[in-house]
Structure formats: structure tokens, C-alpha cells
Design a protein around this ligand. Structure first.
Ligand code: SAM
Length: 316
């Protein structure tokens, strides 16, 4: 039997899969050769989380957090009731695939399930299944809500999308057993540190322009004041002796005079890396952009040799 490696179970704006090799080069040495706690306060679809869980055997524990309660309910359901979730998802998939050649019916089905989801009165397992269903069938896998927390993304154009990835849900459920799953503001993660803790922050990115704003994952916006509150939090955890890495958009790449991040993180190490963003409202902003990776330590600049799950990692 081939053991399945856990991977993100959602499409998510700002998913970090393409940035992983840069993140890898910027990791602190202490997490490779010592036991550590991994903390991700803005987990989203967890691209970095799953990569870390699969590749760092010295990770004793992980703590994830997000302000999006529906997202966190989905993580918790996968962790505690994967089989129940799979069975509901399989039903949704079977029903949806019947309309493979009938766009009208597919549309009717999608909007009916969106309405049901927005009532938020089904039990938690069904609510989690609807969350995954909408993510797989909506336009570009976006998650956008209105001021009343109503999910308002229109239907996507996929005719027969994979809605129930059974093997991956089981693999995700297994790796989540050592993960503490929190819901709320990023600052609450401070109560869950251990002696050797490493934080990876991937907050909603500062928009590059008015129209490129895709940071409405939740009903409250993450504005400049929030970015500064996050910087203050980073300072606090640095004082407590923890290591952290943070990614954000490189606003200077768009406007050379915009020093927002260079100013607020001037006490830390800022590197610029190339990244492709696929979820963006404005086609002009798709394609190659640079992003920031900011750390409160000198990166190890070593190579990690990937091996299969369960085996160790060597550094050179
Ligand atoms: C850029 S996304 C993270 C993307 C993620 N790294 C991935 O690979 O999919 C930012 C996340 O921060 C969450 N968020 C927004 N404001 C927050 C806050 N104050 N505290 C915690 N999470 C927040 C959003 O719900 C969203 O899931």
C-alpha cells in the first residue's frame, strides 16, 4: 500500500505552495536539529503546515490558528471525524457529477448548497463538507464573504471537479493528530509556545493596488494598522526568544517609493523572492511578482534533502 502524503485540502488565496523552496532556504537551523513547536497563526489552506508536518520529524507539536471559524471547523472535522466527512462529501460529489453535462442544473445545485451553507444551521460535519464542496466548485476556489459573513463567490466553470479526495482527507486527518487547532485572532497563539518555538506568519497580504485586494477572507479587513499590530506581536515574540518568519507582498516592487514594510521591519532581515500569484482579481497583477520573506534570524542557507515521510532530513 502506498502511503499518501498529506497536502492542502483547499484552494486558498495566497496559498504558499510556490514559495516553499524559498521558505525552506530561509528556515532557522534550530528546527532541524532540535525538538520544536511549529506555530502558524494565519493557517489558511496550510501549504506550509503540511510541508512542515511531512518533512520535519523533530517537530513535537504544531499549533495552527485562523480567524475564519468555518475554515477551522473544517480542520477540526477532518481531524476528529474524517470518515463521516468523506461520506457526506462523496454524496455531494455523486449528486454534482450527475449534472456533468447540464450547466443549468449544476448552477441550481451550486446555489442551493451555497444558500444552505450560509444558513449555518446544519451540524458541524455537514457544514465542513459544504465548505469543501463550495471551495471545489466556486469561481477560482476563492473564499469571500460579505459584511454578514455570507459566502458570496459565484459558481466556477469546472464540469466534473474532484470534491471528495478520500485518500488525502485520511492522510490529513492522521497528521492533524499532533496539531492543536485554534480559532481567533493571531495574538492568542502566544499562549501556546514551548521553549523552542518557530512561528511562520502568512497574514493577508497588503494589496498592491485598490483593485488587487484579495484580503477579504473574513468579514474584517486586514489594513495597515493590522499589519503594524502584527509587527508589534513579532517584536514581542522575539523578546521572548522565539524565531519567526513572515511573508507579505512586496509593495516596493509595484511602487519604488513605497517603503511600508522596509520601514516597519527595519530591525529585521528582509529578503525579496520571486513568486507567482494565481488568485488575483486584476489580470495585470497576475504573473511574476516579488514577495517578502522577513525573519528575526540569519537563515541557515543550507540544503535540506527531502526524503519520504517517516525518514529523517539531512542538512549540508
Ligand atoms: C494569506 S492567508 C494564508 C494563506 C496560507 N498560508 C495558505 O497557504 O493558504 C491569510 C489568512 O489569515 C486569516 N486571518 C485574517 N485576519 C486574521 C487575524 N486577525 N488573526 C488570524 N487569522 C486571520 C484569513 O482568514 C486567511 O486564512
Amino acid at each position: 500500500m502506498i502511503e499518501k502524503i498529506a497536502k492542502p485540502f483547499l484552494k486558498w488565496a495566497g496559498g504558499k505552495t510556490q514559495l516553499i523552496s524559498d521558505i525552506e532556504k530561509s528556515l532557522p537551523l534550530v528546527i532541524v536539529n532540535k525538538k520544536f513547536t511549529y506555530i502558524e497563526p494565519f493557517v489558511g489552506s496550510g501549504a506550509v503546515l503540511f510541508w512542515m508536518l511531512n518533512n520535519f520529524p523533530k517537530m513535537e507539536k504544531a499549533v495552527i490558528n485562523d480567524i475564519n471559524a468555518d475554515l477551522i471547523n473544517t480542520y477540526r472535522t477532518i481531524a476528529s471525524k474524517p470518515k463521516e466527512l468523506i461520506s457526506i462529501l462523496q454524496n455531494l460529489q455523486n449528486e454534482y457529477h450527475v449534472f456533468e453535462n447540464n450547466a443549468e442544473k449544476r448552477k441550481e445545485y451550486y446555489y442551493e448548497k451555497r444558500e444552505l451553507y450560509n444558513l449555518r444551521n446544519t451540524e458541524k460535519g455537514t457544514q465542513a463538507a459544504l465548505f469543501i464542496f463550495l471551495n471545489r466548485t466556486c469561481f477560482n476556489g476563492l473564499y469571500r464573504v460579505n459584511r454578514n459573513n455570507g459566502f458570496n463567490v459565484p459558481m466556477g466553470s469546472y464540469t466534473k471537479p474532484m470534491i471528495c479526495d478520500r485518500e488525502n482527507i485520511l492522510a490529513v486527518s492522521e497528521v492533524l493528530q499532533k496539531v492543536e487547532i485554534l480559532c481567533g485572532d493571531f495574538e492568542q497563539t502566544l499562549q501556546h509556545t514551548n521553549q523552542n518555538s518557530f512561528f511562520y506568519f502568512d497574514p493577508p497580504y497588503k494589496p498592491l493596488s485598490e483593485t488587487s485586494s484579495f484580503n477579504s477572507y473574513a468579514k474584517d479587513d486586514f489594513n495597515d494598522e493590522e499589519q503594524i499590530r502584527l509587527r508589534d506581536f513579532c517584536t514581542k515574540i522575539e523578546i521572548l526568544g522565539h524565531k519567526w518568519m513572515l511573508s507579505n507582498s512586496d509593495v516596493k516592487g509595484k511602487n519604488i517609493n513605497d517603503n511600508f514594510f522596509d520601514d516597519i521591519y527595519s530591525n529585521y532581515l528582509i529578503s525579496r523572492v520571486k513568486a507567482k500569484r494565481s488568485i488575483n482579481a486584476n489580470p495585470e497583477n497576475r504573473g511574476e511578482l516579488s514577495e517578502l520573506l522577513i525573519t528575526n534570524y540569519n537563515s541557515k542557507k543550507t540544503t535540506i534533502i527531502h526524503k519520504k515521510k517517516g525518514s529523517s532530513i539531512s542538512i549540508y
